[in-house]
Design a protein around this ligand. Structure first.
Ligand code: IDP
Length: 150
């Protein structure tokens, strides 16, 4: 089933000049970029995005990390995109993430784990709406679709 996922490269990625390299992983897989925005997330947006973690001991550090420098917010589309992208991203703790995943290849610590990706259709819907207006999401056909999908 065609799905849209909210994916966000966290502040360490732009700072480490890895935006292009990590974006390439999604493009090469055959996924489609339908929205993209470089933004410095403010405290209230960070707290809303990570609301489910408000009571966790790492919450304040997480908000400082996410607001520290610009992030690249994206909507990425594809067949079963939500679970597929979680696989491409790897485990939350980069020390446990398999090599070959983004976190496994580019990160060392949980508090610097380079990327966010929605974990379910409901969270994808909520997160996309938090970061993008409807008219910021592009609806277009890829010319190579028939070479990507059977
Ligand atoms: P996810 O990003 O893989 O979906 P969540 O459990 O939703 O993982 O946690 C959100 C983010 O909070 C993580 O990506 C990570 O940056 C941070 N985080 C989660 N657990 C810890 C922790 O124990 N210490 C520090 N940061 C954490």
């Amino acid at each position: 089933m065609m799905e849209q996922s909210f994916v966000m490269m966290k502040p360490d990625v732009a700072q480490r000049r890895l935006l292009g390299k990590i974006l390439t992983r999604f493009e090469e897989k055959g996924l489609q970029l339908v929205a993209m925005k470089l933004l410095q997330i403010d405290e209230s947006l960070a707290k809303e995005h990570y609301g489910e973690h408000a009571e966790k001991p790492f919450f304040n550090d997480l908000v400082s990390y996410i607001t520290s420098s610009p992030s690249l917010a994206m909507v990425i589309k594809g067949d079963d995109a939500i679970s597929l992208i979680r696989k491409i991203v790897g485990a939350t703790n980069p020390k446990e993430a398999d090599l070959g995943t983004i976190r496994g290849d580019f990160a060392m610590d949980m508090g610097r784990n380079v990327i966010h990706a929605s974990d379910a259709p409901e969270s994808a819907k909520r997160e996309i709406a938090l970061f993008f207006d409807d008219d910021e999401i592009c609806d277009y056909q890829m010319v190579d679709d028939s070479w990507i999908y059977e």
